[in-house]
Structure formats: structure tokens, C-alpha cells
Design a protein around this ligand. Structure first.
Ligand code: BGC
Length: 659
């Protein structure tokens, strides 16, 4: 450390742990560099002198996760970091890696997945991408931040096993990329605010290995002296109240100057880390291309009854996103794009020069008056009747998905459901493109249409990517990073809590772990997504490295005439155990470009941790000897290959505090 803490007055030290401004750390009266932060995770979101900074609007983390491509998550990080450098930003407040527990969670589009392995891998790569450019990150929101209802006051109550198996591993993996900071959440964890929860800070530092600065979410700190005592490093943003609380805490002897110094030393270390020269290496145009590349791989083809790629003469394009898309969700992650996002209508015309792509100039919004709708309906349906194919763009939007509120339901608006159903009555070739940042209940119309494409919240280049998927010049390769259940009628996840607390009673059974355990039928399983190629899986080999550790390999062949990318998934099933375990759990995945007719070999390593569960009796990871299955699939329900193994570890090596 270059700067000596002894040169700081007590007031300056207090300022360093209570923030300098809305998005800056204190400079301790100009003695240290000013560190500037800005939101992520979908691009730079900042405001300068009352004007929004314009930046590359990247796909949402929902989309990034649907690529199942860690290289693209890294690219997302690198691209945003370049915009940070242009805007003098030292720390990007991203990524969020909370587990999507409730399909109606308002910020699901800002998180990666319902699965810890996928979330962790994506978050780690994202951080590596940002920090490779010398810009810091803030991994958020630590932890158990999975809903918006009463987010500032409600306690998320959860058992230790689920915390360790479901909610912490993504943070653990992400921390391996050494994020400069971790942002702790608004909610309480088991009755104690996340900002002052020493137990979970200790776990973060001692078990997960985090050695950077812990900052609070904006305004999350109830009392700054209590938070400092709990070992929070910086309370954000600046507030005089926070300073006074610290001074009062010192006067009362509740905290000591040593407590302040502990945090100050970390903050100085952070400020010095940010004091570097950074240079961009891409143009704004190249960043648009990165947004396009990620968007292209994030699109999930959910249904295709021989309708896609489009090959029709007259194509009617309608619905509210037929021109501009919804770029991203509402709240702190909203980015103002540099260029206006491209229009689907224009892009589709470019992609299909031999077709007649036309739009009915129907109402853009579902809020138009009923009388107007009926006039338009007649017009739309007459056009739909005389077209060869109808592409309908539907989805959620601001006011439905956003920070600060959860969704009320997962269905499209009645207006949009009617549009789909009535169009399908007059034309049997309907393709629906969904723009949403999370799960959409498609149950009432899915059987009536031939094609469904999930565009997600795909950033400023999503329409170009959608047009290319519809035309076939991009072969879809996204897969679902979260389950699409049939509906939410039997879901335990949609209960919001009583305003004081919410109990995560389902424990470790979150996402597909829940639907599989309780045999709940799902519409589209976790890991599902179609392609214009077909793939065959074969030759699963499991070779023991040592007891409890294996090299796994298998082949995937593209048996079609179209080049394509396939996401293959490796799951482990514990066949017999003395504690409840999920039917299967994702342990590894791989996304590979496989040329038409080509066969590739995919390899993975499984370690003891992949077979262990978190034992609350032992407070650590325990591998119970016995039978396990290694399952390789194209989704969590489409298992193609299976191998059986038996693990017989000597008893003294079955348990480990950390694995
Ligand atoms: C959000 C954070 C964000 C912060 C700063 C909070 O409301 O929860 O994700 O980074 O604001 O904008």
C-alpha cells in the first residue's frame, strides 16, 4: 500500500467508509484518487450533470445465461468495460448472481439462472472480462436477494444447507475472479440485515475466499455503526446520517477506531487498485457487434413445427415489438443506447429480400381503447388470413418487469393472448417472438402456433439477431437458463412473504430440482432449446483419476446439413443417500460449434465436491459413499447418455469443511 493511513484524520477515515457522493468514494479531502462507480450489468448506466450517459445497451443477464457460453459472458464484461473507460468509470456495479427462485421475481432479468453452476460460471467470466480491462466490478447482491417485495425490510429465512448448496456457490465461483468489491443486499438474512450480518461476511471472506471491499447496496444500511461492527467496509451512497451514526457509535464505545481502520485499510487498497491508466481497444461499432454476437447466441428456439427458418412469400409482421424492441428492464440496470436500436421490420426485410414482409399498423400498446382495438382487429385478421405466415411480437415490458416490484403473473396481457389466439384461428402458420426478461406462461396458446422464439431482453442489437434467426442466417443455439413451468398454480415460489419475513421452505429444491422432485410437468425444461441442426450423443466414458474424481468424455455429432452450436450438459445423480437429494444436479456444461457432419469429443472433470452435499450435522461438505449416475443430456429432461459409478472413499476423507 502506497498511502499511509496515519496521514488521515478521524473525519477523513469516517468519510472513506461512508461514501463520497452518489456514485463515488470519498477522496479524504483530496488525499486519494476519486473512485467513480456506475451501474451495470447491461451496460454503463450513469448520469452526468443531469444527462444520461449513452452507452452500448448489451443483452440482459437472462440472455447472457441463455447463451450458455462463458466466452460471451466474458465478452459482455469486456465490452462494457470499454464503455467504462470512455466514461472514466473505475468500478462497474455488476454482475448480479442471485439464484432465480421465484419465476415472478422483478429483477430476474438482471440475474443469470436458477442453477448455481451456470450462474457461477457466467458471473466469473463476466468479472474476468471487465477486470481484464483494468476496471473493477461489484458482485451483487450478497445474498438471498431473490425478490423485490418489501425488499428493504423483509427477512429472507433459509436453512444452512440450501444457503450452501443453492445460494452461495455462484458467489463462491465468481469470487475466484477476484472482484474488487462485493455489494451486499437490501434484505435481512435469517433476521439480521445483510449489511450487518457478520456471519455471512465471515463466510464470504473465510469460506468463499473474498479479499476485496464489501460495499452496501444503495441505502441498504440501517445503521452504519452496526454495519461497521458487522464488518461492512463501505456504506453507499454518501450520507451525513451515516457519518453521525459512526461518530455516535465511537462515542458510546460500541465501535472503536480499530474497527474503522480495518475498513479504511481495505478502502485505500481498493482506491490504489483503481489508480491505473486504462486504454480502450475497440471502437463503438465493434461494441455494437459484440452486443449483436451475444444477442444472436442468446435467442432460444422454443417450438418449431417445420415453420422456421421462414421460407414464405407473404409474411405479416405484427405485435408491439415489430419495430423497436424492449432493450432492457426497468431500474438501475437500464442503459440509454448510443444508437436507436434497430427495427425488426427493417431487419427482416433485409434478411428476406425475396419475400413480401409487411406490417399492419396496429396499435403499438395494449393500452389503447377497446373501440379502436376492434377496428384494428378486423384489419389485422383480414391481413393475417391472406398471408402465408404471421410473425407476432409479444412480451412484457416496463411496469411488468423491473427493480422494486415483482410481477403479478406470468401470462401475457389478455390483449396479446387474444391477438395470438385469434390470428391462429385465421392462419395456421403463426410464429410468436417473445420479448421478456424471464419466464412467460405460454400454456393457453402454445398448441395453436407453429413456432416460438424467445428473444428475451436482448439489448440494442436484438432485432437484427431475431431477424437472422427467423431467416436462418443464424442457427439458434440458446438454451433456457431457467425452467418454464406449465403455469404457476402449484408453485411454492410465488408467495411473497408477510412483509416481515419469507421462509424458503422448499430448501434445496429450487428450479428444476423442485419440478423434478415433485413430478411437476413443465412447459420447457431447464437447459432446453432447439436448433436448425440435429445432434447425436455417444461414447460416454468415465475414467477414475482417484476415488471421487473422474474424467468424463462423450461425443456429440452434428447429423444435419447445417452447422450449429450445441450446449451439452453433465448432471450427477446420487442414487441412494441418507439425506434428501435432488433427482439430478448440473455439474458442468459445454457449448461447441459443430460443423455439419462433424463429431466432437467433450471432456469434463468431476471432483469430490460434485458428489457431496452440505451436511448441517458436520457444517461442511460430505460425500456419502455409494452409487452415482453420470448423466449427459441436451436438457435436464432429455438425457442421452448414462454411466454408473460407485464411490468408496476411506471415511476420513469423506468430510471436508471446504471443498
Ligand atoms: C440496486 C443496485 C444498484 C444500486 C446503484 C440499487 O437500488 O439494487 O443493484 O447497483 O442501486 O444504482
Amino acid at each position: 500500500m502506497k498511502y499511509d493511513i496515519k496521514n488521515l484524520t478521524l473525519d477523513e477515515k469516517i468519510s472513506l467508509v461512508t461514501g463520497g457522493g452518489s456514485f463515488t468514494l470519498s477522496t479524504a479531502n483530496g488525499k486519494l484518487k476519486e473512485v467513480i462507480m456506475a451501474d451495470g450489468p447491461h451496460g454503463v448506466r450513469a448520469c452526468r450533470e443531469g444527462i444520461d450517459v449513452k452507452a452500448t445497451a448489451m443483452p440482459s443477464l437472462f440472455n447472457v445465461a441463455n447463451t450458455w457460453n462463458t466466452e460471451l459472458s466474458k465478452l459482455q464484461g469486456e465490452t462494457i468495460a470499454e464503455d467504462c473507460i470512455d466514461n472514466n468509470i473505475d468500478i462497474l456495479l455488476a454482475p448480479g448472481t442471485n439464484i432465480k427462485r421465484n419465476p415472478l421475481g422483478g429483477r430476474n432479468f438482471e440475474y443469470f439462472s436458477e442453477d448455481p453452476i451456470l450462474s457461477g460460471a457466467m458471473a466469473r467470466s463476466y468479472i474476468e472480462g471487465v477486470q481484464s480491462k483494468g476496471v473493477g466490478t461489484s458482485l451483487k447482491h450478497y445474498c438471498l436477494n431473490n425478490y423485490e417485495f418489501e425488499r428493504l425490510v423483509q427477512s429472507t429465512n433459509c436453512d444452512e444447507r440450501a444457503i450452501h448448496e443453492i445460494y452461495l456457490p455462484a458467489f463462491e465461483e465468481a469470487v475466484k475472479a477476484k472482484p474488487y468489491t462485493v455489494m451486499c443486499a437490501y434484505n435481512m438474512i435469517n433476521g439480521v440485515y445483510a449489511t450487518e450480518n457478520k456471519k455471512y461476511f465471515d463466510i464470504l471472506r473465510n469460506e468463499l475466499g473474498f479479499d476485496g471491499v464489501i460495499i452496501s447496496d444503495w441505502g441498504a444500511t440501517q445503521n452504519s455503526a452496526r454495519a461497521l461492527k458487522g464488518t461492512l467496509d463501505v456504506r453507499m451512497p454518501y450520507s451525513t446520517k451515516a457519518k453521525n451514526e459512526i461518530k455516535a457509535g465511537l462515542e458510546q464505545g460500541y465501535i472503536t477506531e480499530d474497527d474503522i481502520d480495518r475498513a479504511v485499510l481495505k478502502v485505500i487498497e481498493l482506491i490504489e487498485k483503481c489508480d491505473v491508466e486504462r486504454k480502450t481497444s475497440t471502437t463503438v461499432e465493434q461494441r455494437h457487434e459484440s452486443a449483436f454476437d451475444i444477442a444472436s447466441e442468446s435467442i432460444v428456439l422454443l417450438k418449431n413445427d417445420d415453420i422456421l427458418p421462414l421460407n414464405a412469400k407473404n409474411i405479416l409482421l405484427d405485435g408491439r415489438y415489430k419495430h423497436e424492441p424492449i432493450v432492457n428492464g426497468d431500474g438501475s440496470s437500464d442503459v440509454t443506447p448510443v444508437n436507436p436500436p434497430c427495427k425488426l421490420s427493417d431487419e427482416l426485410k433485409k434478411e428476406l429480400p425475396n419475400s413480401n414482409v409487411f406490417c399492419t399498423n396496429l396499435i403499438e400498446s395494449p393500452h389503447v381503447k377497446k373501440r379502436e382495438i376492434s377496428a384494428f382487429y378486423k384489419y389485422v385478421y383480414e391481413n393475417a388470413y391472406s398471408s402465408d405466415v404471421v410473425v407476432l411480437t409479444v412480451g412484457t415490458g416496463w411496469g411488468i418487469e423491473g427493480e422494486g416490484y415483482d410481477r403479478d403473473g406470468a401470462k401475457l396481457s389478455t390483449y396479446e393472448e387474444d391477438l395470438i389466439l385469434n390470428t391462429a384461428k385465421v392462419n395456421e402458420n403463426v410464429v410468436v417472438v417473445i420479448y421478456a426478461g424471464s419466464y412467460v406462461d405460454v400454456s393457453s396458446w402454445i398448441d395453436k402456433v407453429k413456432g416460438v422464439v424467445l428473444a428475451g431482453y436482448g439489448g440494442e442489437e436484438i432485432q437484427r439477431a431475431v431477424a437472422k434467426v427467423l431467416s436462418g442466417s443464424v442457427n439458434p443455439s440458446g438454451k433456457l437458463s431457467q425452467t418454464f413451468p406449465k403455469n404457476l398454480n402449484n408453485s411454492p415460489f410465488t408467495y411473497r412473504g408477510n412483509g416481515h419475513y419469507i421462509e424458503y421452505k422448499e430448501g434445496i429444491f429450487v428450479g428444476y430440482r423442485y419440478y423434478e422432485k415433485y413430478n411437476e410437468e413443465v412447459e420447457f425444461p431447464f437447459g432446453f432449446g432447439l436448433s436448425y441442426s440435429q445432434f447425436e450423443y455417444s461414447n460416454l466414458k468415465v475414467e477414475k483419476i482417484e476415488e471421487g474424481e473422474y474424467n468424463v468424455s462423450y461425443n456429440v455429432k452434428n447429423v444435419s446439413s447445417v452447422d450449429g452450436k450445441e450446449v451439452s450438459q453433465l448432471y450427477v445423480k446420487d442414487v441412494f443417500c441418507h439425506v434428501e437429494r435432488p433427482e439430478k444436479e448440473l455439474k458442468a456444461f459445454s457449448k461447441n460449434l459443430i460443423k455439419a457432419g462433424e463429431e466432437i469429443t467433450v471432456t469434463h472433470k468431476l471432483t469430490k465436491r460434485d458428489f457431496s452435499y452440505y451436511s448441517t450435522a458436520l457444517n461442511g461438505w460430505y460425500l456419502e459413499n455409494g452409487d452415482f449416475e453420470i448423466l449427459v443430456g441436451a436438457s435436464c429432461t432429455d438425457i442421452k447418455l448414462k454411466a454408473k459409478i460407485k464411490i468408496e472413499l476411506p471415511f476420513e476423507t469423506q468430510y471436508s469443511k471446504y471443498l
